[in-house]
Write a protein that binds this ligand. Structure first.
Ligand code: IMP
Ligand code: MG
Length: 426
């Protein structure tokens, strides 16, 4: 995607997350100067496979695996220090140095242990099926103007006063929710005393770093987490995450203006999956659900939960194209469909007997969607070793052409396996 006129690119998920953004970012990061995470937190699980090694990154940008790339955790991210430094230590153990290459925004909000207690307590009544990482409560505290930011670590007296107040508030909220657990102030102080020096060593006005890179026409990759249908505004509310996963969130969460962005790559699976609760209109039959899950290894990278599987849903992807302004698509996991004799594609919806062209706002309406399917012939041949579009079986090319036509957006990449080299650049 990078070329002379396209130097600042956003990569977003165009379904319900787990589309394979980590792999696409890894591939694009080979030529990037800067890779920036801009929203979400340790709820994300970006899996990258290099040789025999598998890396699952939750908090650190996937670009970290490329030694020339500088990585940034932007102001829009909610930062879990324990997860972050667990990953840093693990990467260093495996020979990948982060020294001088990783920066965190001093405006980013921290995810603290009490956020996880609040997440668990809210789940008991709301049943969203969250990852339990404290993401929702951390963003609630941010919008409620009672968060703790990286910058607050600079003055220990200020921090101690803040923590005293925050832990007390959290405990009041927990008690009101009838939660059995209580947060401990001592534990919070000890944890931040442990991590503050390491965090402050990499804290910066990261918006300025991104701005300078954009100005200098360096290659900047903005790495989204989750997917469009989990976006707080555009997703299947209330079964969504608590941030703007769509490309607009990239400007806010990286600290730059929208005019800096030159292109938006939407990553879609060749089928559809969803983890956590909420509607999935193109859900497959129990047998196909099982088969897709097994072939695709569809288990959550963060929670290990089984992902629900369904067919490619053009209404979802058209919607994602619109709300993200996608300029290209990356179709991943095409190889998972290699053995199917026939492949259903959901081309549209009907609700209560009437056509429904646009993605509905209400979950109750989504629950009544009747997907309209057309059936494409499968190719029943392995695609995992294919590296050029022309070498794909005719039926596989026809399948990609159909996706491109339904989404009205060009397919720029096709992924045919988990390894770094298993990618077709169109
Ligand atoms: P939360 O982000 O932990 O609050 O969870 C809210 C919803 O988003 C749940 O349905 C989660 O399963 C889903 N979710 C959060 N992060 C991811 C992700 O990285 N991939 C897929 N689903 C996610
Ligand atoms: Mg994931």
């Amino acid at each position: 995607m990078f070329d002379q006129r396209t130097t600042c690119i956003v990569v977003v998920g165009a379904q319900w997350g787990d589309e394979g953004k980590g792999k696409l970012v890894d591939v694009l990061a080979e030529r990037a100067n800067l890779v920036v995470r801009y929203q979400g937190g340790a709820n994300a699980g970006h899996t990258v496979v290099i040789g025999e090694s598998q890396f699952i990154l939750r908090q650190i940008p996937s670009g970290m695996l490329h030694p020339q790339a500088t990585c940034i955790i932007g102001n829009g991210v909610v930062l879990d220090p324990e997860t972050l430094f667990g990953e840093v230590d693990e990467l260093e153990r495996r020979g990948i140095s982060i020294s001088g290459r990783l920066f965190v925004s001093d405006r980013a909000h921290l995810v603290l242990p009490y956020h996880k207690l609040l997440d668990a307590a809210a789940e008991r009544s709301q049943g969203i099926g969250t990852t339990g990482r404290g993401i929702g409560p951390a963003y609630q505290d941010k919008t409620g103007r009672r968060g703790v930011r990286v910058a607050d670590l600079r003055d220990r007296a200020v921090l101690l006063a803040l923590l005293g107040d925050r832990v007390e508030r959290a405990n009041a909220a927990l008690a009101a929710m009838g939660a059995p657990a209580e947060a401990s102030l001592e534990q919070h102080v000890a944890m931040l005393d442990q991590f503050a020096p390491r965090l402050l060593a990499i804290a910066a006005d990261t918006g300025l770093l991104v701005h300078r890179a954009v100005k200098a026409r360096q290659r900047v990759l903005l790495e989204g987490a989750q997917g469009a249908l989990l976006d707080l505004d555009h997703g299947t509310y209330p079964y969504v995450t608590s941030s703007n996963t769509t490309s607009g969130g990239a400007a806010v969460g990286a600290g730059i203006g929208p005019t800096a962005i030159d292109g938006v790559l939407g990553v879609v699976k060749a089928y559809t999956t969803r983890v956590g609760n909420g509607p999935l209109p193109s859900a497959a039959s129990p047998e196909d659900d099982e088969r897709l899950r097994k072939l695709g290894g569809e288990f959550g990278a963060v929670t290990g939960r089984a992902r629900r599987c369904g067919w490619f849903d053009a209404t979802v992807v058209r919607y994602a194209v619109r709300v993200n302004g996608l300029t290209g698509l990356a179709v991943t996991k095409l190889d998972v469909l290699d053995t199917f004799a026939e492949i259903p594609v959901c081309t549209g919806y009907e609700v209560d007997g009437a056509p429904c062209d646009e993605f509905p706002a209400e979950v109750s309406r989504l629950d009544r969607v009747r997907p309209i399917y057309e059936t494409m012939p499968g190719w029943q041949a392995p695609t995992t070793e294919v590296r050029r579009l022309a070498e794909l079986p005719g039926a596989a090319r026809a399948y990609l052409d159909r996706i491109e036509a339904l989404a009205d957006t060009p397919v720029r990449y096709v992924s045919v396996g988990t390894r770094r080299d298993q990618i077709i650049e169109v």
